[in-house]
Design a protein around this ligand. Structure first.
Ligand code: NAD
Ligand code: 89Y
Length: 350
């Protein structure tokens, strides 16, 4: 599909969903060269108006269908919560507008498949905003693995444990039936695929610790990868620990030539053929980022930049809809394993 762009060669975008996390999208779009948001949409129009006023955006809508009728768009960024994703992605596809959509892709596997198919049928690029693999420390880990410094990975642990009050900014999480695996585990399972390759089998145990929430707020997942490595992904929103490193993800990887450890505050220790080195893999604050969210905010910028680069080059994004099905299948397998007490094999697209 060919991009139109406006007279200045800028890509014209629109954002649907102007809530809590979309504020990061809005700031990041402002910093990405050659992109201009020309419309915002939220069914709570006051939020769309606020975003338009703060970021100088002309079009304001409370109805996405109307927005697609009226605006000439080169892409749309969907930052609503997952129940609305399928209808909005299918709407964008029917208007032949390329789509980037927030994680989790959808509440159910069938919706994910439907979105990928709709975009394929209309020849429309589709990317899931799966940003953890674009975090600066995760990019640094990927670079070490690619360099061969630690050899072939044999074992890994990817861990995110906190009791930071995520419910203050994202109150809907407390009533999710499928909670931490779908909200947060999905990011770490995605990283596990990037570091260790595709997954053959999944075992998982879940726990609900915080009183009054609906779903699980702790999960421990054991993965066996096709290349032979094993990895453990563990996530918790109920860990009363010190220091509480929210929203840092910690990583340990052992390989045939050495190991690496991504530790507290973005310290990366690398052992290669018996030689030890330490790197600082943090990045400077941007004007609109602040602690503790900075590592996540920075990755929003990187994710959106990747989407734009791929759109311009006409290549499939790393976290395309099709790619994200493989990550989503790990979440499904983890829930099946936890429910049935069995070892699950991830589903594949039929
Ligand atoms: P939110 O509830 O604060 O914002 C969502 C907004 O979408 C609301 O303003 C709502 O009115 C609007 N909306 C919903 N359906 C709509 C529709 N059909 N048309 C127009 N507007 C609609 O939620 P949030 O916390 O900002 O989360 C949004 C998404 O971002 C979720 O999928 C969440 O998982 C994801 N998220 C991702 C990260 C990350 O690091 N990638 C972090 C936090 C949240
Ligand atoms: O919802 C979660 C996510 O996707 O990244 C961090 C988060 O906002 C809270 O853990």
């Amino acid at each position: 599909m060919s991009l139109q762009t406006d007279v200045r060669g800028e890509l014209r975008g629109a954002l649907i969903g102007c809530g809590f996390f979309a504020q990061n999208h809005l700031h990041a779009w402002q910093e990405i060269a050659g992109v201009r948001l020309q419309a915002v949409c939220d069914r709570d129009v006051a939020k769309a108006r606020r975003a338009a006023a703060e970021f100088g955006i002309a079009g304001v809508y409370d109805d996405a269908a109307q927005m697609f009728e009226r605006e000439q768009l080169d892409f749309v960024d969907i930052a609503t919560t997952m129940p609305s994703h399928r209808a909005l992605v299918e709407l964008a596809a029917s208007h032949r507008v390329p789509v980037i959509v927030q994680k989790p892709f959808a509440p159910a596997w069938a919706d994910c498949i439907a979105m990928v198919q709709a975009c394929e049928q209309h020849g429309v690029p589709l990317m899931v905003h799966e940003n953890f693999r674009f975090q600066a420390p995760m990019l640094a880990v990927q670079e070490v693995l690619r360099s061969g410094a630690i050899g072939t990975p044999t074992y890994g642990r990817i861990s995110f444990r906190t009791s930071y009050d995520i419910y203050a900014g994202q109150p809907y999480l407390a009533s999710e039936e499928r909670f931490i695996l779908l909200d947060l585990g999905i990011h770490l399972l995605d990283i596990a695929r990037v570091f260790f390759g595709e997954v053959r089998t999944v075992q998982c145990q879940t726990q609900t610790v915080k009183p009054g929430i609906r779903g699980e707020d702790m999960a421990t997942v054991l993965l066996r990868h096709a290349g032979g490595a094993t990895s453990v992904v563990d996530v918790s929103y109920a860990s009363q620990i010190s220091p509480d490193l929210f929203p840092q993800t910690l990583v340990t990887i052992e390989g045939t030539r050495g190991s690496l450890a991504l530790r507290q505050d973005f310290r990366l220790d690398i052992v290669s053929d018996g030689q030890v080195q330490t790197r600082d893999v943090s990045t400077p604050l941007r004007a609109w980022t602040s602690q503790p969210w900075h590592v996540a905010q920075q990755s929003v910028f990187e994710t959106q930049q990747h989407w734009i680069d791929c759109l311009r080059r006409g290549v499939e994004p790393a976290t395309s809809g099709a790619d994200n099905l493989k990550t989503y299948a790990l979440v499904e397998a983890a829930y099946a394993s936890a429910r049935d007490g069995t070892t699950a094999v991830p589903m594949q697209r039929g």
